[in-house]
Design a protein around this ligand. Structure first.
Ligand code: FE2
Length: 172
C-alpha cells in the first residue's frame, strides 16, 4: 500500500492532544468521586493525574505550542499561545496545592474540584480555539509529523518517570 494511504488513517497531533485531555478529565472525574476515607485511591489517582498532566503540558510546551507559534499569522494566534501557557501555569499551581493537602481533608476535595474545573475550561478552550486554528494554519502533513514527535516525546518522558519510580522503591 502506498505510504500516503496508510498515513491517511493515522492519528494526527490534534487527535493525540484531545485524547490526552479526555484521559485527564476522566481521571479528575474519578478523583472527584472519591471520599475522604479513600486515602489510597486518592493518592494513587493524584499521582497518575500529576504524571499525565505534566507530560501533556511538557510536550505541548516543547513541541506543539512552538510549532503553533511559528505557524501563527495573526496577533490573535499569538494571544492563544500566551493564554495557553498561562493556563498551564494556573493548573500547575493548583496541582501543587492539591499535593500539599491531606487526602482525608475536605480541602483536598475542594481543590480537586477546582483542578477539574480548570482543566475542563482549559481543554475546552484549546479544543475550540487553538486546535481548530492549528488545523487551518498547519495542514495535514505538518500535523502528522507533529503527532510522531509528540508521541515519541511522551514515550520517553513516561519511561523516564517510570525509571525514577523504580529507583525510588528499589531497596538500597
Ligand atoms: Fe492541552
Amino acid at each position: 500500500m502506498p505510504k500516503s494511504k496508510t498515513r491517511a488513517a493515522e492519528k494526527d497531533a490534534i487527535t493525540l492532544l484531545k485524547e490526552d485531555h479526555k484521559k485527564i478529565r476522566a481521571l479528575l472525574g474519578e478523583l472527584e468521586e472519591t471520599s475522604t476515607r479513600a486515602v489510597d485511591t486518592r493518592e494513587e489517582l493524584l499521582q497518575t493525574i500529576e504524571r499525565e498532566l505534566k507530560i501533556h503540558a511538557k510536550v505541548e510546551e516543547q513541541i506543539f505550542y512552538p510549532a503553533f507559534r511559528e505557524a501563527a499569522e495573526k496577533q490573535d494566534d499569538k494571544k492563544l499561545y500566551y493564554e495557553a501557557l498561562e493556563e498551564h501555569h494556573v493548573v500547575d499551581t493548583v496541582l501543587a496545592e492539591l499535593k500539599e493537602a491531606a487526602p482525608t481533608s475536605d480541602e483536598f476535595a475542594a481543590k480537586a474540584k477546582v483542578l477539574k474545573d480548570l482543566v475542563e475550561h482549559y481543554a475546552e478552550e484549546e479544543e475550540t480555539e487553538m486546535l481548530p486554528r492549528a488545523r487551518k494554519l498547519m495542514g495535514r502533513h505538518k500535523l502528522l509529523e507533529l503527532h510522531d514527535r509528540l508521541a515519541e516525546a511522551k514515550t520517553s518522558l513516561t519511561e523516564g518517570v517510570l525509571t525514577k519510580l523504580v529507583e525510588l522503591v528499589r531497596p538500597s
